[in-house]
Write a protein that binds this ligand. Structure first.
Ligand code: FEO
Length: 170
């Protein structure tokens, strides 16, 4: 059975994962109307789907352990970006924020001696290492490219290989 404090923290994380899905969905929709970045667009849509999966995993866990998973209200995310660099920078910052939130939950699980939740959260700890590393790699590449059109063309091709390798590692 989940304690009250742990349940509240897990429900807050459900909100954050849902919000992450919305944030990346907005990036995907914005990217989709920019010319020539189809794979980047697909990447954002996939990130959005993954965040929804992260949310669902939490919902099932809370309900399976005798709690009640609360489906949260969501704020409208940022809809447009001055450049691709801005969007990817925001993605990295958002992932760092999510990692901090996961770490806080791990802390609470230890304080509450809730070892089942602690064990469950290890998947998220590992996932965040992957997500942050991927976001950093993509930001580094974009920084090197700058605003060159030819570089962006290659980045759009490259993002498929980077993310497929990362996806296989999960
Ligand atoms: Fe579910 Fe990318 O954090």
């Amino acid at each position: 059975m989940l304690g009250k404090r742990m349940q509240e923290a897990l429900n807050e994380q459900i909100r954050i994962e849902a919000e992450s899905s919305q944030v990346y969905l907005a990036m995907a929709s914005w990217a989709e109307i920019q010319p020539g970045i189809n794979n980047i667009t697909a990447f954002f849509y996939r990130q959005s789907d993954e965040e929804r999966e992260h949310m669902l995993k939490l919902i099932h866990f809370v309900n399976d352990r005798g709690g009640f998973a609360v489906v949260p209200p969501l704020e409208q995310p940022v809809l447009t970006f001055p450049s691709l660099q801005h969007a990817f920078k925001q993605l990295l910052e958002h992932e760092i924020f999510v990692s901090e939130s996961i770490n806080k939950m791990v802390d609470i699980a230890l304080q509450e001696k809730d070892y089942a939740t602690h064990n469950f959260l290890q998947w998220y700890v590992a996932e965040q290492i992957e997500e942050e590393a991927l976001a950093r790699t993509l930001n580094d590449k974009l920084e090197m490219i700058g605003n060159e059109k030819s570089g962006l063309y290659l980045f759009d091709k490259d993002i498929l290989t980077v993310t497929v390798i990362d996806g296989n590692a999960e």
